[in-house]
Write a protein that binds this ligand. Structure first.
Ligand SMILES: *Cc1c(COP(=O)(O)O)cnc(C)c1O
Length: 368
């Protein structure tokens, strides 16, 4: 049996008619940049989140950069974020001219550890970027309390956590601003690059919309210099078709995750994901911590099972951040875990027999 890490083709086939129609409509309307498909998606997305403003942008990395920059973050500022994420999170901080300040993860939940945030706050600290990693909400209540106490802005990086919830509230509605990626493999994915920014702040929303469009709301009336980072009509159309399915797709992911957790419960060589209390985890990634990770990984790959590592190198130890001179014991948890994490396939189209196949192979590997 061959098991892919994600299966975007099966998903397309399940909604082919709607997708083909919308693509053809966008082309027939020549609504490639801006226009009604983008407006429609922005409208539905903000409605689903119950926030006032949604601005579509070119990708999830730009979303972070644009939002930080429009909140006035730049040279000399520090922004606190997690050690475990895709590089976009810290890269966007640097792009504004600010410096990323890394904080270790919580041992059980893999998201930024709020207990370690305050010791990193200096007079230059301006904000915190929690990442809802793998689809697990960060501890938003404590992060918001810290931000209020120290007058910091909070940008939630929701690239892996569309419609995840904590304490009955969606992630992306806690901070001043939140950012999303619709990279094809994300829980809600376009057919190319796409991203969005949510906020309830009308002034900030306006600045963000202008900056992403060369500093103009109206063509040729550039109030300041910005960049070109727009959500395009085809991607917006595709996202609008997919949006109504997101809850059922997320539930499927959760179901598959629960099945893995149940079937792997007695395998002593590994630890399955722990869902934070009062949370809805949307399982963008199902990451286990396991013994002899590289051996298991090889074995599964040899047996046709695509697995991945999120992330082989924690951010502070990337060559790009060598200048920060971090050592392993600066971040003991993420350092300890880096050779243990392994991500198993999880996507809504996965069938029961596929889950069993993965589990059987894992058990077989550890039985000899
Ligand atoms: C995917 C991702 C991004 C970046 O999104 P792109 O659309 O690929 O630019 C940012 N942060 C996290 C945590 C991600 O997983």
């Amino acid at each position: 049996m061959r098991i892919q890490f994600v299966d975007l083709l099966s998903q397309y086939q399940s909604i082919k008619e709607e997708i083909d129609n919308i693509i053809s409509n966008v082309i027939n309307d020549t609504a490639f940049i801006k226009g009604k498909y983008v407006e429609n998606f922005e409208h539905s997305y903000k409605e689903k989140y119950g926030v006032d403003h949604c601005i579509g942008v070119a990708n999830g990395t730009d979303a972070i950069y644009i939002a930080l920059k429009m909140m006035g973050i730049g040279f000399g500022d520090e922004v606190i974020t997690t050690t475990s994420s895709w590089i976009s999170t810290s890269e966007a901080i640097t792009q504004t001219g600010a410096t990323p300040v890394f904080v270790d993860i919580e041992p059980d939940y893999y998201t930024i550890n709020p207990e370690l945030i305050e010791e990193k706050i200096t007079e230059n600290t301006r904000g915190i970027i929690p990442v809802h990693l793998y689809g697990q909400p960060a501890d938003m209540q404590r992060i918001m309390n810290i931000s209020k106490k120290h007058d910091l802005v909070v940008l939630e990086d929701c690239a892996q956590a569309h419609f995840a919830e904590i304490t009955g509230k969606k992630v992306g509605t806690f901070g001043q601003v939140s950012t999303f990626s619709f990279f094809p493999g994300k829980n809600l994915g376009a057919y190319g690059d796409a991203g969005a920014i949510l906020t309830d702040n009308p002034k900030l929303a306006k600045k963000i919309r202008m900056f992403a469009n060369h500093g103009a709301l109206q063509k040729h009336f550039h109030v300041f210099e910005g960049i070109n980072s727009r959500l395009d009509g085809l991607q917006a159309g595709i996202l609008s078709v997919k949006l109504p399915y997101i809850h059922s797709w997320n539930s499927k992911r959760l179901e598959i995750a629960m099945k893995y957790t149940e079937l792997l419960a007695k395998v002593d060589e590994l630890i399955t994901p722990i869902i934070r209390p009062e949370s809805v985890h949307v399982f963008h990634v199902y990451a286990i911590r396991c013994k002899n990770r590289d051996g298991l990984r090889e074995y599964l790959l040899k047996n046709g099972i695509s697995v991945a590592i999120h992330y082989p190198i924690p951010l502070p130890f990337m060559e790009a951040y060598k200048y920060l001179n971090h050592r392993d014991d600066d971040f003991p948890v993420v350092s300890e875990y880096r050779d243990k994490m392994l991500s198993l396939p999880v996507y809504p189209e996965m069938q029961e027999d596929m889950i069993h196949y993965v589990v059987d192979k894992i058990k077989k590997y550890y039985s000899h």
